[in-house]
Structures are given as structure tokens and as C-alpha cells.
Design a protein around this ligand. Sequence first.
Ligand code: FPP
Length: 262
Amino acid sequence: MQDFFNSELASEENNMSLKDKLIADKMPQHIAIIMDGNGRWAKGKGKFRIFGHQNGVSTVKTITEACAEIGVKYLTLYAFSTENWSRPAIEVRALMELLVDTMRKELPTLMKNGIRLSFIGNQSDLPEKCQKQIQVTMEETKDNSRMNLVLALSYSAKWDLVQAVKNISLDTLAGKIDAADINDKLIDKYLSTHWMPHPELLIRTSGEKRISNFLLWEIAYSELYFTEKLWPDFTKEDLYDAIYDFQNRERRFGKTSEQLSS
Ligand code: FPP
């Protein structure tokens, strides 16, 4: 009888979603994701790469919903890097159209769920239609406060650092800041991410283990999580897995374990 109960309990525990094991007050405030593997996913199914991106959009919806449900406040997705401009023109055009279409179609869902959509990156590089849709979506969702969904578009960390350095130099020359006051807090203020906390957790899908010019400054102390799953296959449970792993790490910020426990 005892064995029966023990095995029932064990199987109940096994059947528990990882979501139930997450600790609410250790939830990362900000998760950043490098959504990788759409092309390989499509190729594996004998389809064109854009089919992978289209299915990637479904994962964006699933993961945004999951983050909102568990109380993550900022979700930043690497949707198109500065370097992605050198992809075949047909793929770039299809991706831009997919972005505009998705923003337009998903606006009611963003409103219903209290999600504010924001962007980081060099918007002036984007096609006019895309820039306009970004303006409309940002304006419509600006008062939503449940969660921030941030799309990095025509973004690279080096681009952001260069524009920050240029603006710091200009403000120094104009006498608005003193060179002696330049420190990491000031640099933070000049980055396009100045209004959000740095991500505590960075996830990359598809088995690649690199950062690819994403949020280099902001992830100085982020926990990195790499998974073999291709982005279109990434599920809510995979997200909980990543957060569970994050919650069980010791974040020392340069201190010793002993200092943390005392
Ligand atoms: C990386 O996979 C993915 C991208 C460069 C684009 C990601 C874009 C989407 C999922 C659409 C986003 C839409 C919204 C609205 C956020 P890859 O093409 O590099 O895949 P591969 O490494 O297998 O070739």
C-alpha cells in the first residue's frame, strides 16, 4: 500500500508541469531570446525558409503568452539583426512582410492582454511600411502595462554602442555632460535599452552557442541558457525549463558563495 502511494506521489510529481515548480519571487523580470533555427526547421520538412519564419511567429505568440501568465515584465526578442540585411533579398522582403502582417493581425490580442509593444534597433533602415506599422503599434499599445514585448529589429549591440558613444561625445562637446562623469550608469542612459532593466536570463535556441551581437552590454551578468530545440519547436514547457534552470543557479555577481549566504 505504502509503495502504491509513493509511486502515485512520484508519478504526480512527474506529471506536474515545471510551471508549478517555478518560484514566483525568483521570476526573471526580463528575458531576452535569440530565436534561432527557423531555416533549419523548414529545411528539415522540405520547405522554404519562410515557412520556418511563419511557424516561428506562432512560437512568438506562445512564448509571449507564457511570459505574461507567469509575470515576466519584459520579453526582448531578436527578430532581425543588422547582419540579417545580407541574407537573400527574397528572404529579407518576406520577413519584413511577415513582421508588418503580424503586427497588424496581433494588435487586438496585444490590447486584450495588456501588452505594450516596443522596438530597439535602427528603424530608419526598415522599409517605410514597416516603420509606419511600428509607429501605429507603439502608439496603440503605449498605455498597456501588464508586460513589455520588445522586438529587436535591424538591431545589433555594436550599432547601439556606436550611437551611444556618438551621442555622449556630442553632449560632452556641447557642455551638457562632463567627461569626468562618464560611467556605466551614464552609458546605460544612452543605449536604446535605457528604459528597461538588463535581462537576467538570455535564451538561445537551435544549439548554437554564441551571442551574435545581441545586447552585449546589457547581458554582462545575465545567465545564459542554450537549448537544442529549434525556435518553431520551442514550447511553454521549454521556457519553464529554462526558467527553472535559472532559478536554481547561484548568481554571485563577483562575490563568493560564502558572502552570499552570510
Ligand atoms: C533565425 O532563424 C530567425 C530569424 C532571423 C528571424 C526570426 C523572426 C521571426 C520568428 C518572425 C518574427 C516575427 C515577429 C512578429 C516577432 P534562422 O533563419 O537563422 O534559422 P537557421 O539558423 O536555421 O537558418
